[in-house]
Design a protein around this ligand. Structure first.
Ligand code: UDP
Length: 351
């Protein structure tokens, strides 16, 4: 198994870079395709990584197809996956996340290559509004409900949902071997990017709050921070991906949630917990204020939110997977990386 060649499309992004590191440790041969190598640059060159700097939208000479053909398994992690992007550039989100990914799916069909396709927990859409305390999102039972068209945030989830349905249909009609993964708010080192000023970008919530803590600007709670998410440490998430990769029979033609149901929290409590952990970790211990802001002001017109997302993960726990990090431990591990980096840089600049 460990001799397999695995292609990681998007293998130098946040999730991809962690997966690349883990699969190297497991002994795999990798072809990593990404628009740049930044998050895995320290690994290169490597005798078990064939790195290809490529934007699949610019592939005019069938490079992608040749990579797929020479791989035993393809992970497709290529996506715009940030709510601000869904609001700002809905057409490009569909172009990359649906049109271009579908080409990759078709390459897998044509070359008879197993596909592990990343989707999103966002496909469950607004079902969280109906989710009671004891109710979790189940891959094969939950309905998928999107908001109105004019709230174009849902264009991302809609594109991903159709991609899932196309993957499924290729399994039925063309014998494609596939697994679809629905990630639930993975967090960890190297997630998104940090912003030194509040208006310098809109990363996802962990990176947004981390930036506010380091660079001392307010932590903004969208719509009061009542919405809830279940956060998963990236290392637990990657372990689940290895179970899936190494369980081709168990996971063939299955949709699989990856998440940590016990780590559910409101954004309000998340902000306060991050401040608390930061006070313990940083040498100055000073924390910024927490302020609330309307969603449409923060993201722009067309924004609407998912209230709640808790995954059912029995497909993984039945195979022996268990998350190792609770929410506080997740934050301690991820935040200490940023605090150390920041304090090292600050010390160097004072030298
Ligand atoms: N959010 C927030 N402040 C921020 C960034 C995000 O309150 O600075 C909220 C956002 O409105 C959502 C939740 O945090 O309710 C998670 O947002 P994220 O962008 O991380 O991704 P999502 O889970 O919505 O895909």
């Amino acid at each position: 198994m460990a001799m397999d060649r695995v292609a990681l499309f998007g293998g130098a992004g946040f999730i991809g870079s962690h997966l690349t590191r883990r699969l190297l440790d497991e002994g795999y041969f990798l072809t990593v395709i990404d628009v740049d190598a930044e998050k895995i640059a320290d690994l290169l060159p490597h005798d078990r990584i064939d790195f290809r700097e490529l934007d699949i939208r610019d592939d005019n000479d069938d490079t992608v197809e040749r990579i797929v053909e020479t791989s035993d398994v393809v992970f497709d992690l290529i996506a715009y996956a940030n709510p601000k992007q869904y609001v700002d550039m809905p057409l490009e989100v569909v172009h990359l996340n649906y049109d271009q990914n579908l080409r990759l799916v078709e390459n897998c069909v044509e070359t008879d290559t197993r596909l592990i396709q990343f989707s999103t927990s966002e496909v469950y859409g607004k079902m969280g509004h109906r989710q009671g305390d004891d109710k979790v999102f189940s891959e094969d039972d939950s309905d998928l409900i999107m908001g109105p068209v004019e709230n174009h945030r849902w264009i991302y989830a809609t594109a991903k949902q159709l991609l899932e349905r196309m993957v499924h249909a290729h399994g039925i009609e063309n014998g494609l071997d596939w697994t679809v993964i629905r990630p639930f708010n993975f967090i960890g080192r190297e997630m998104d990017y940090l912003i030194e000023e509040p208006d310098a970008g809109t990363p996802r919530v962990f990176a947004s709050f981390m930036s506010a803590l380091l660079y001392d600007h307010p932590m903004y709670l969208v719509d009061g921070g009542e919405n809830r998410r279940s956060f998963t440490h990236i290392s637990d998430a990657v372990s689940a991906m290895v179970y899936i990769l190494e369980g081709p029979e168990r996971y063939n033609r299955e949709v699989v949630n990856i998440g940590t149901p016990g780590n559910e929290t409101s954004m309000h409590d998340f902000a306060y917990l991050m401040r608390d952990v930061y006070e313990d970790l940083s040498s100055d211990g000073e924390v910024p204020p927490i302020e609330t802001v309307p969603g449409e002001e923060f993201y722009g017109e067309g924004y609407e939110d998912c209230e709640r997302r808790i995954p059912e993960v029995t497909k993984l726990t039945d195979a022996g997977w268990e998350p190792q990090y609770d929410l506080r431990e997740t934050l301690e591990e991820a935040m200490s990386y940023y605090v150390d980096m920041y304090e090292r840089e600050r010390a160097a600049s004072l030298d």
